[in-house]
Design a protein. Structure first.
Length: 84
């Protein structure tokens, strides 16, 4: 956990939400087929604020997740709700 706290300290005010580990519970489809177990693995999340995708990538330098073999981090952007 100390590695995560050290990384968060380096990121500083760009850290909007430290996030949390996640566990898959169910996948619910829109066709009414009900919920099934299993989904693409997402191990956790953090919310960062930056001016560009490249700036976010820079914040991820030396992220502790990269110590795991084959690890990757997917970067997603919050979009405004339509019509707002």
């Amino acid at each position: 956990m100390q590695l995560w706290m050290d990384w968060a300290g380096r990121v500083g005010s760009a850290m909007a939400d430290m996030g949390s580990p996640l566990q898959s519970v169910a996948v619910v489809d829109s066709a009414g087929g009900g919920a099934t177990s299993g989904s693409p693995f997402i191990g956790g999340f953090s919310v960062l604020e930056a001016d560009s995708p490249d700036a976010v990538k820079g914040l991820l330098d030396n992220h502790p997740h990269f110590q795991a073999p084959g690890a990757s981090i997917e970067v997603r952007e919050y979009l405004p709700p339509p019509g707002m």
